[in-house]
Design a protein around this ligand. Structure first.
Ligand code: SF4
Length: 367
């Protein structure tokens, strides 16, 4: 187990291995007294082949399989609900954590790629005004096991579809990943480890509302990931109202941290911009946004809004989205437009669990 995880077994419980690298697996239980290749065998079965039953790890001697099954657990978190968009573009998973809390992950299909949108926290303290997860209030950080378990479950769901197991992973589900920065870093290490899930860092994006110390922490860590900054406003006045974190970390100061991140990774960050009708979609917003991207040398990802039932905001109409795009494009190095997927299954983060939710211990709903 990593020191940053919060699940610690009592002496009578089985030791959870999912979420540990093969080196970490050797720190406790029978694997501590066995040659390192035994832990590597278990890690290969678990992460490369998705096997969670020791009985089927056929290159381990039978007595070891039985001893490991007695002492270790490989269990992913169970699926509490699954909804599939009618057009096949998105599947939304609701997982039940060991303490009863619920988190969401979304599998998004486009013709050329599959994206896993995963959660990093159960709930969120940041109170962004347009976000369904914000209504849950502060929850808790997910452990490395709970983060990686989502990826493994979604990857398993793709078996049989004849597609590569994973194309892209985005930390854009419930929660602010950088508030859980140590477990997110440990998860990135395991996702990228050739003896773990072996996913290239360029395929993994961490999306943040702009926590400056943690952006710098990630930049200095031993792992890499693409970084996306959820901006969604071009003035402090509008961003203060939409995303209260702007009062602590004003976006112009965040830009300096993003520039440092780009220097460290040599990868352009992305400015994410959710278009809200009449709030942040004026011509001047488009020109300012394009100017920010030009000055930073970074990309822009425009996102159409997927409103949740209690939201006061509406999506920008399609003709205005196109006008906004035309104004931004000449200024920014690169612009993409992402249409929200799976409206019929409430695919934006937090929407399924807030509808479904049972009271979770310690969680104080705001509304
Ligand atoms: S947008 Fe992200 S940071 Fe903001 S409230 Fe929602 S989950 Fe939290």
């Amino acid at each position: 187990m990593t020191s940053s995880q919060t699940e610690s077994p009592t002496p009578t419980e089985r030791i959870p291995l999912l979420g540990s690298t093969s080196a970490e697996m050797r720190r406790s239980g029978p694997l501590a007294n066995l040659p390192p290749y035994r832990a590597r065998q278990v890690a290969h079965w678990l992460y490369a082949r998705g096997e969670t039953d020791f009985a089927r790890m056929t290159d381990l001697p039978q007595p070891l399989r039985e001893e490991f099954a007695d002492r270790y657990s490989l269990s992913p978190d169970p699926v509490a609900d699954l909804q599939k968009a009618a057009n096949g573009e998105a599947d939304k998973y609701l997982f039940r954590l060991p303490d009863g809390r619920l988190i969401e992950s979304v599998l998004i299909r486009t013709p050329d790629r599959v994206t896993f949108c995963i959660s990093s926290q159960a709930g969120c303290a940041y109170g962004c005004d347009f976000c369904a997860t914000a209504r849950m209030g502060p929850g808790r950080n997910l452990t490395v096991r709970e983060i990686v378990s989502q990826v493994m479950a979604l990857r398993r769901a793709l078996v049989g579809e004849g597609r590569e197991p994973v194309h892209n992973i985005v930390f854009m589900g419930m929660g602010e990943p950088l508030q859980n920065v140590e477990n997110v870093i440990a998860s990135l290490r395991l996702l990228q480890d050739p003896e773990g899930l072996g996913i290239g860092w360029r395929r993994i994006t961490v999306s943040t509302v702009g926590l400056i110390p943690q952006i710098l922490r990630l930049a200095e860590s031993d792992v890499s990931a693409r970084l996306a900054y959820s901006l969604s406003a071009t003035t402090d006045e509008v961003r203060d109202a939409l995303m209260p974190v702007n009062r602590k970390y004003p976006f112009r100061e965040v830009f300096e941290a993003l520039a440092a991140y780009q220097r460290r990774t040599r990868m352009p960050v992305t400015l994410e911009y959710v278009l809200l009708d009449g709030v942040n979609d004026a011509d001047d917003d488009a020109r300012r946004l394009g100017g920010f991207a030009r000055d930073l040398g970074c990309k822009i990802n425009l996102i159409t809004y997927n409103p949740h039932p209690a939201s006061p905001y509406r999506p920008t109409p399609p003709e205005r989205v196109q006008r906004f795009l035309r104004l931004v494009e000449p200024l920014a190095p690169a612009v993409t437009l992402r249409q929200s997927k799976g409206q019929d299954i409430l695919a934006a983060c937090g929407q399924l669990s807030t509808r479904w939710r049972e009271p979770a211990p310690g969680a104080e709903p705001r509304s």
